[in-house]
Design a protein around this ligand. Sequence first.
Ligand SMILES: [Zn+2]
Length: 333
Amino acid sequence: METFRSIIGHRRVTEYLRESIRTGRVSHAYILDGPKGIGKMLTARVFAAALLCREGGEEPCGKCISCRQMEGGNQPDVAYVTHEKTVITVGDIRTQLCNVVPVKPMAGPYRIFIVDEAEKMNEEAQNALLKTLEEPPSYAVIILLTANANALLPTIRSRAVSLPMLPVPEEELTEWLMAREQIPDYRARMLAIYSGGCPGVALSCARSEEFQAQRDEVVSMLKAVPTMREDRMAEFARGFAKDKESQETELGLILVWIRDLLLYKAVREKAPLMFSEESDSIRSQADSISYEALWTTQEELAHIRADRIVNVNMETAFWLFLLRWQERFAAGL
Ligand SMILES: [Zn+2]
């Protein structure tokens, strides 16, 4: 069973939650704030399991009836508020939370509500939640998970304990991935950096064959940028524009490649490269382009990322991006 000890990173958050269990000072509402894949749901589940564990320790014991129900997803005193639409409506909050809160716990000392993607609550839903937060029964614990706490009403935020979930440090995440997934260090490091310190994202990429294929394809393109023929460039641009699903991944990988080039320029052989297995290509590219040209390239890439939302012609935009980048290589230092 997952415990606080098995959660990677988030030391301050888990320490805080353990402390509140130890001292019995449990708040009625918590906000776990951090990007997708950072570990919000896992942390909330461990906290809920520990609060309800019959052994009464800081960690869930994994053996008692409550812990076993928690593992099986049928602990009756834990409710996951779900939604079907793109927003969480007032109906969702009323039927799954407000109306249920007055019902006493079945067995344990707490009745726990976990609201995932809480930023999707519309204003009406938030106002309904607020009413419950104003006068909660003693046993109620409401845990809001969100990627954007600023989307919550200030009145909700002021009634909850806010716990920011920060990226897991690169070194720690790398070692964890190596041990857990049995992958070599260069791959683990690449995933740690690419995921922005989000273990959930790193893990799903590590297990995804599609991600590996995408990565290989993007790397072969990146290696060829300085000498790529125009028709090949156009072909890449076409492929990029067509597959909208994978654009974010591809742009992310290009961004870390540029980061590697900048790092190599700065500290040479000491650079902790994300694409360390491609160090020969990184070295030769870093030596044939200036800092300024790389920064400009990085900025242009950020524009493409932002433009995806406004639906510009991606094929042309990406093709121009590659062309300009190649020109900067040709111009040399
Ligand atoms: Zn237990």
